[in-house]
Design a protein around this ligand. Sequence first.
Ligand code: FO1
Length: 338
Amino acid sequence: MASSTSTPVPTRRSVTVLAGGVGGGRFARGVRHLARQQDLDVTVVVNTGDDLWLTGLRVCPDLDSVMYALADANDTERGWGRAGESERVSAELTAYGVGWPWFTLGDLDLGTHIARTAMLRDGDDLTRATARLAARWALDVTLLPVTDDEVPTLVDVDRPDGTRDRIHFEEWWVRHRAAIPTHGFVQQGVERASVSAAAAAAIRGADVVLLAPSNPVVSIGTMLGVPGVREALAAARGPVVGVAPVIGGRPVRGMADVCCAVVGVEATAAGIARHYGARRDGGLLDAWLVDEVDADSAAELQRDGLRTRAVPLWMTDDDATADMARAALALGLEARGA
Ligand code: FO1
């Protein structure tokens, strides 16, 4: 009797990325570019702290930034919203005094918000609605909100008259450009929230988990604040590798330095690594990637026991970003082998 020696089919390796909006979308494109070369399954778990109800619609800025970037449908100049956008409906909304005149909802972008709101009203949770929206674009990547619960990031600020106010993150970020006295960030309702089952499984089960070079406070930090996320990272069977969001002490994009100052984190490659902490000390990281200009901090972190590598971190195009992802995966596998 011939013995059936079924050669085990190698299971595809999986990578889960935790990401915010603009930087997250660009990084996700690079990971996908690599995945297509190395036959990897990619899941991107995205921050939902920026999400809000506006003009009766559910707007999810970071999920949309990542989705549009992966769909090649994003406005690469502005860094958010759709390419080839128009603003006819937005002008009508402003004329009616509905919504925020300083927060532009483009016509194509409104299509996404209307579709998402319709799906939510149909009874879909955000995970399901996100999957349905993403299916239209055939992204080759699974897109997951970090939670299905509404946990808006609010910001405690001083009004011009000196009194305190608590405003939505998007008002702080877009209307005020973070240029008002700021006391802290609050995740409203976080105590009643939990990481989604799909996101927790994607983090626990991945061969490697990557922290995108997103804002360590209001993107990655906000996700870490959702109950269950830290536990999922601690229980992750794969190594957790972070990518520094600052190069030479300056944020690659956005306002990581402003946000770090608000919460007292040193906005450097070493400062953020220490803020995330080494996994073996109860923190997040098995390894950390810094840019070559921060090679000295790499040596310093390595001495402190955090496996660190200095590689080019400018996400100038998909190839450059894929090289970053490749270095992160290699460092992660090295860390796990150790
Ligand atoms: N950013 C702006 O600077 N100005 C805007 O008018 C604006 C509108 C907007 C509408 C929908 C959306 O999903 C994002 C939008 N953004 C806008 C970007 C948004 O502030 C950022 O994508 C993130 O929230 C910050 O990471």
